[in-house]
Write a new protein. Structure first.
Length: 346
């Protein structure tokens, strides 16, 4: 029983809040979504002697309210709308907040998982980095499209178009160079194709509109690389708050195994050293787990594994368990539930 419980139906422009009927003459109130309104909402809950708050929301509208209430000492829970389904035919914002307050009073709602605030900061930076990587990949695709439209078969003779050879050739093209032999002279010695083959692939049909598209795609890619570097600086600064010292050369794990090659999209700093200092173990010893993958998982679930009683609970939260609905002695919904869990994706 949660006798000092309140329910909030969160919206983009307004929040409806319900408290027990004996706490205020107007137990259901509407508040705006501006920051000043959130402070007024928190003060009203304190006057009503509320200790725990449950809210239902979609999107990101709940984050600011959640943080304001949590900073003021309330026990805040975010619940899935599926778990607090309203009775058909009685769907209003007022009914929603009252229904949430009633369910939470009787302890019938479970809060969604949310790691501690320090992990949330790291998670935000890493999600921002993933978005920048995806945007940079699209910029590379736009460069490839512009080259194909000029019949420059650079992606066919260079394995990595945004590598050293590919970028030098693209810069030379935009600088006005048209001679295939001179363009092919930028070939790195590690390229599989010889200079003659690359020169043959660089005999193009030069049109101004395609060169303009290539120029803009290149500028976008280089700008995103700068943004990515700034984001990685913030990530490293955030990781330094978890540990006071990071060994330059982490201790050799036992049993020893050959270290994997550094992935192309890996951060520029030593992720492995920070992970070992944070966890005390070498997570990359697990098959299929590199340093960046381990960091993504930690940023989503944190370092406190006691949030899940067993490994099976953790697998269920990730959405990997089959359905267990039983009715009339028959089992339904054997498939795993659809999930957008980022830790599961990693």
């Amino acid at each position: 029983m949660n006798l000092n419980a309140a329910g909030i139906d969160v919206g983009a422009t307004e929040h409806w809040v319900a408290v027990p009927e004996d706490r205020d003459e107007e137990p259901v109130r509407r508040f705006g979504a501006f920051t000043a309104d959130l402070y007024v909402l928190a003060e009203w809950l304190r006057q009503c002697q509320i200790e725990t708050v449950v809210m239902e929301s979609t999107g990101v509208y709940w984050i600011a309210l959640f943080e304001v209430l949590e900073e003021r000492g309330f026990d805040v829970k975010l619940v899935d709308a599926h778990d607090a389904r309203q009775v058909p035919g009685r769907k209003t914002d007022v009914k929603d907040c009252q229904w949430l307050q009633e369910l939470h009073t009787y302890g019938l709602l479970r809060g969604a998982f949310r790691p501690e605030d320090q992990i949330c900061v790291l998670r935000s930076y890493l999600r921002q980095r993933s978005m920048l990587v995806a945007m940079a990949s699209r910029a590379v695709q736009h460069m490839q499209k512009a080259l194909e439209q000029m019949n420059l078969q650079l992606p066919e003779v260079v394995s990595d178009m945004n590598g050293k050879t590919g970028m030098e050739i693209i810069h030379a093209i935009l600088a006005g160079e048209r001679d295939p032999q001179r363009l092919a002279s930028h070939r790195d010695r590690r390229c599989k194709h010889d200079q003659a083959t690359i020169a043959k692939a660089l005999e193009g049909h030069w049109r101004a509109e395609h060169r303009f598209a290539l120029q803009q795609a290149l500028e976008q890619y280089e700008f995103l690389q700068q943004q990515l570097q700034a984001c990685e600086t913030q990530i490293e600064g955030c990781l330094q708050t978890f540990v006071t010292h990071v060994e330059v050369a982490p201790p050799q794990p036992t049993p020893a195994r050959q270290r994997r090659a550094r992935p192309r999209q890996a951060p520029s700093f030593d992720v492995h050293g920070y992970l070992h200092a944070m966890t005390g173990v070498d997570l990359t010893q697990m098959d299929g787990i590199d340093a960046l993958t381990a960091l993504k998982v930690i940023s989503e679930i944190g370092l406190d594994m006691t949030r899940w009683p067993t490994g099976k609970h953790g697998a269920s939260w990730l959405g990997w368990c089959p359905g267990n609905k039983l009715s009339g002695g028959k089992r339904y919904r054997m498939r795993s539930k659809p999930t957008a869990n980022r830790a599961a994706s990693a």
